[in-house]
Design a protein. Structure first.
Length: 127
């Protein structure tokens, strides 16, 4: 595995851990300011600030639990993953489970680090 591939895998692992911990500031540092998320049945979510608002809102009522991401294909700055996400209401009740494919695109920065710049996280409700 080359160093770029390892750097991207480390970013994905850090993202999942930070999300599960509710660490929004760490998640935000892992994406570009002009990030775009493709969502099922909705217009694209554009920009880090828009993502931050949504994540902070969700974290007031839910907790994310993620297992180890199953990266299927990784080629430099593109990663196709199979994800399963469980969002548990903090107020109690049944968790919402979503699973499916995510396509993430990363861009190398001038300092050699990698940031997420596009994401198609198309996770329908799991049966």
């Amino acid at each position: 595995m080359n160093t770029d591939e390892q750097a991207i895998r480390n970013l994905i692992t850090q993202w999942h851990r930070a999300t599960a911990a509710g660490d929004v500031d760490t998640v935000l540092r892992l994406m570009a300011e002009d990030v775009i998320f493709l969502l099922p049945g909705k217009p694209p979510m554009k920009g880090r600030a828009t993502f931050e608002q949504g994540l902070r809102r969700v974290l007031t009522s839910h907790r994310f639990e993620r297992g180890t991401p199953g990266s299927r294909s990784l080629d430099l700055a593109y990663c196709w993953s199979l994800l399963k996400v469980r969002m548990t209401p903090l107020s109690g009740g049944d968790p919402a489970v979503r699973s499916g494919s995510a396509l993430s695109i990363f861009r190398e920065q001038p300092n050699g680090s990698w940031l997420l710049v596009r994401d198609a996280n198309l996770l329908p409700s799991a049966s």
